[in-house]
Ligand binder design. Sequence first.
Ligand code: MTE
Ligand code: MOS
Length: 764
Amino acid sequence: MSVGRALPHDSAELHVSGEALYCDDIPAPASTLHAAFGISTIAHGRVRDLDLSLVANAPGVVTIATPADIPGENNYGSVVHDDPIFAEALVQYAGQPLFAVAATTYRAARKAASLARVQYEELPAILDVRSALAAESYLMPSERIVRGKPHEVLATAPHRRRGSVTMGGQDHFYLEGQVALALPQEGGGMLVHSSTQHPTEVQGIVAHALGTSAHAVSVQCRRMGGAFGGKESQAALIAAAAAVIARKTARPVKLRLDRDADMLITGKRHDFVADFDVGFDERGRIVALTVMLASRCGYSADLSAAVNGRALTHVDNAYFLEHVEVISHRCKTHTVSNTAFRGFGGPQAMVVIEQVIDEIARALSLDPLDVRRANFYGVGERDTTYYGQKVEDNIIHDIADRLEGTSRYRQRRKEIAEWNAASPVIKRGIALTPVKFGISFTATQFNQAGALVNVYADGTVLLNHGGTEMGQGLHIKVAQVVATELGVPLSAVRISATDTSKVPNTSATAASSGSDLNGMAAQAAARTIRLRLVDYLSETYHVAPGEVEFADGVVTVGARHMSFREVVAAAYLSRISLSSTGYYRTPKIFWDKAAMTGRPFFYFAYGAAVSEVAIDTLTGETQLLRVDILHDVGSSLNPAVDLGQVEGGFLQGVGWLTSEELYWNARGQMCTHAPSTYKIPAASDWPELANVALLERARNREDTIYRSKAVGEPPLMLAISTLHAIREACAAALPAGSAIDLPAPATPETVLRAITPLAPRVFA
Ligand code: MTE
Ligand code: MOS
């Protein structure tokens, strides 16, 4: 049985040898043009004059596309139609595409794109969250969830504390940048190879831009070189622009952003600020909490409603909040439109509550872990979230107990305190933080999937499903499911590119739900074929259907054994259909938008991590020394792939919270648009000692594919332990009882500021 085996990623060898075909590697016809965007340099203003004469006359240039060249709608916004492919009169962020130029080579296009002469009438720009809050600059109505009587209970709480939390955004920094290749077809058709998590949406947006219909556009994606949410909505811009030029010139067009353009043009993780007011008792148990969340959405809606919606439902993390009010403001700023990023607003909300807990612990001089434990959701009591969903699968106590033991958290905390007492310059810190993350798209309709399984007469299987591969190992997991269902070796199943013409109306591969949804759909498709074969065999050989079995490429029919291949060949001759679609929709979930209650999540994924760090109090530099992780993936479809997701997700989170700093200057131009100024974690940032384990004998209590759990996003939030270990180390450098003012990312500058609060702000 393939399911449950720790098999390498299906493309591992191709990745390493360089043979894996990414969008840019697809052999392009000789007539292919290469395109590049011309972008604005100001954050907000009107275009008075756009002089493209130098662009048009530059060597190699074939054509320029402006809004006038778009036959259909000049928009790539999926939810609200507020994202122009090319800005018209109004510019709303520095980096916004104004036009695209197509040339015979990639270099020629990029060079020409920079030759535009633009005159602007600059308008005042709102750049950050606090300015937007002050101006009440919102993209959409604020949302609020309340339970109990938070304000009344706060007024009488034994202890009370107010504070603010600040955290930065994050660039996706997928290794493969945004890219599309558009190939005009006969009769107004368009084939688009797109590096996208959401082929169906690209199909729809390309169709609208071209003024045609979905059936005229096919979108394919074999794999992405990473996406992390950055190719959920944003890929449509690149694909639509490529298709528009392809239509205009009747030639294939490739549009590939270089790193700087990618970072300037496309959206990132939302940065957040939060203000909280918390009441608590002697043990640190929260009795009432109000939280104001505000995020920088950028100039347009994009997926901001959903991202902030997830933030709104993740302020609890693993903690029971009885009297609580959470308000979420979605700030409109003149910056790039922020988008999905691994965790989708959840991590930001969880950073808020973890800081609240940490401040309670410091106020009471308690170990933060004890305060965390005092607030965990109960089992059978204190178990309903503030949005009305009962937490039925709570295993956080078990995970925290085990991890506390295996990591020797208590002893090490003592040892670290002693070590710090003797170390004036280097200080260490340790922290354990939990993760509870809701699984399902919060927009109920996205929780559906389709698949197409073809069995060929030679006994081989071609698998197609609506999910996309971005490195996370979705394809091999789904192939394992199909191989198991048909009782064939995994080598008999070939995975093909995701293709809107094979499986229609799909959801983005996002919300970590890829294998939950597509695994089920593909299983259904394979099961249909298997059951047809069972019927055929039981009739032909006069055995009961229960006596037909498929395993290891062998079909057992009563006392007979045949190869799968023989059975399939015979079934074909007997005119049995060997191809089937499959469909799945997640049960049980619903959301009442008016009451802001429901069961938005099918289940929760859990985990916990213990980080130990050292900080240099002279430079503010930090180092992650050790991490211990215990993460719940249910009954794993593929433990090797899942372990990779846990490790990679954790380290990506560490990058977000410690080193990846996005910086905009006062004019709203983003200055950190290359690896020279934007620091993602490197292999050398992986801690010397890492004990990463999947929770053993775990099983999803809900009926998911083989009782597995989603794994894509939740591990990112394990990195909050690293931020809190840094807080602990800062505390050791400060007089006892000091408040800690440490925003994320905890860069050397912010750490140094946090531990030298009275020093002149030389870095300001
Ligand atoms: N892992 C790799 N290697 N590359 C990626 O781009 N994206 C993450 C996660 N893991 C990503 C990844 C995000 S944001 C999500 S939502 C999930 O994978 C999506 O895939 P899944 O639903 O199949 O887990
Ligand atoms: Mo992941 S942020 O849901 O693409």
